[in-house]
Design a binder for this molecule. Structure first.
Ligand code: ZN
Length: 446
């Protein structure tokens, strides 16, 4: 029997009430290996454009890449379909699972391009269906079948460029929805021992533990890092205080900024697209209700609002110190205009490229005694309180003051970062040109 390669993508199985597409992948790892499939890669967890209006909770799509004997292919497909169906929240409106099977060794470049578009922008079902047909991929959709789009995108994102790993541990079903029990001290120790090769374990501003999610989903905790070895080491240091049903190492685009795409001009930004754009601050920052900071930038082609939200800590602080004339690069998702707001970039990051001089206007000094003069009213000149002299012709003088903002990169706090946001600690650790993936011994349980 001939060995065949297959890429199995699926998406949109969960809902705010529970479930998790990664959990279905974890179940399938065990099931498919039992059937005799060999994994050619870690399960790929591919985060798609976080700014699409119809996203699932985390907007993560999954792809399993395997090789197996041709004669078990059908059984594998049936197992995938069954497992997705049984573990999807099909009753929930807005959960529309989709599965894609692509039976060939290499993923065609057209499908890879489709994936890039699904991560940085908006793609249509029509395009997905065309590609499925052209490359003889099989697809199955539940309800509207929208998950087929994400499933195909997961197949197409082969993570040849920058990528990271996440080890995810799952709870036994009896505990789903209850408070998670993990020894916090062990997490802090793990962070100390493995950072910066693991990231976003703990929020530095609040001390909050970030590896445990808060929803009703089956995840107990997940540790992100640069290599499979380091996330496994980290996992072994964390002490769970409740049973772990299973765990798997995923290869992902977490923390890579894969969603952000440079636009040459501000006039080119489009709603729901995550962008990197440059401009000059055109309107000073203002604090608006619920305490976010809004300023505007322009570049000759357009003027665009930028918003930094309250929980984004140092980013919000930096944004509030900008002044007209500063040159900045902004990173974030584009929110469409509403009745009350123009089109706005919701900031994930801000790079201050050049600081404009900040001027304040002060009363002049007394030419006689050097004491600062008192104003006699608008355009009425000045008077010295010490020597009593009047100077009706003097005007205020501009004084350049020191800026309390430095050039450089400001990123939202880890607790409010997107899955895709590249954290500060990953700068300089980017991976390039992965030719072949080698699976480590023991990358999942059971
Ligand atoms: Zn004087």
């Amino acid at each position: 029997m001939a060995l065949k390669y297959m890429h199995i993508g699926f998406d949109d199985t969960d809902s705010p009430r529970g479930g998790c597409t990664t959990y279905i992948a974890a179940l399938l790892v065990e099931k498919l290996e039992k059937l005799g499939a060999k994994f050619t890669d870690y399960p790929n967890l591919v985060r798609l454009n976080p700014n699409v209006p119809w996203k699932t909770r985390g907007n993560g799509a999954l792809c399993l890449r395997i090789k197996c004997d041709e004669n078990i292919m059908d059984e594998i497909k049936e197992t995938v379909i069954e497992t997705v169906e049984e573990n999807s929240d099909l009753i929930y409106e807005g959960t529309d699972p989709g599965i894609v099977f692509l039976s060939r060794a290499k993923v065609p470049k057209e499908i890879r391009a489709f994936a890039k578009n699904a991560i940085t922008g908006i793609v249509s079902m029509k395009t997905a269906l065309k590609l499925l047909k052209r490359f003889k991929a099989e697809a199955l959709g539940f309800k509207s079948g929208r998950g087929i789009i994400g499933g195909l995108a997961a197949v197409g994102e082969t993570l040849k460029g920058d990528h990271t790993f996440e080890i995810i541990a799952y709870r036994i079903p009896e505990n789903w929805g209850t408070k998670r029990k993990v020894d916090e001290k062990s997490i802090i120790e793990m962070d100390r021992a493995t950072a910066p090769y693991t990231f976003n374990n703990v929020d530095p501003e609040t001390g909050r533990i970030l590896i445990t999610p808060r929803g009703p989903d089956p995840i107990l905790f997940g540790v992100r890092g640069e290599t499979p070895e380091i996330v496994k080491k980290a996992f072994e240091m964390v002490k769970p205080l409740e049973p772990v049903e299973r765990w798997v190492i995923f290869r992902t685009n977490h923390g890579t900024d894969a969603h952000l795409k440079k636009v040459e001009q501000l006039s080119q930004i489009k709603p729901y697209h995550p962008v990197i754009a440059r401009g000059i601050v055109a309107v000073n920052p203002r604090i608006v209700p619920r305490r976010h900071v809004i300023f505007a930038i322009e570049d000759g082609s357009a003027r665009v609002d930028c918003a930094a939200y309250a929980p984004t800590g140092i980013l919000r602080k930096a944004a509030s110190k900008l002044v007209v004339g500063d040159c900045v690069e902004v990173y974030g998702g584009v929110r469409p205009p509403t009745q009350n707001h123009p089109i706005t970039i919701n900031l994930e990051k801000l790079r201050v490229l050049r600081l404009a001089p900040k001027l304040v206007y002060r009363n002049p000094l007394c030419p006689q005694c050097k004491k600062r003069l008192k104003s006699m009213g608008r355009n009425k000149g000045f008077r010295c309180e010490k020597c009593g002299l009047r100077f009706p012709d003097l005007v205020k003088i501009a004084v350049r003051v020191k800026r309390n903002l430095e050039k450089g990169l400001y990123i939202t706090s880890p607790r409010s970062q997107r899955h895709l946001t590249k954290p500060l600690g990953r700068y300089g650790m980017e991976k390039r040109r992965v030719s072949e993936v080698k699976l480590i011994e023991g990358w999942h349980f059971p």
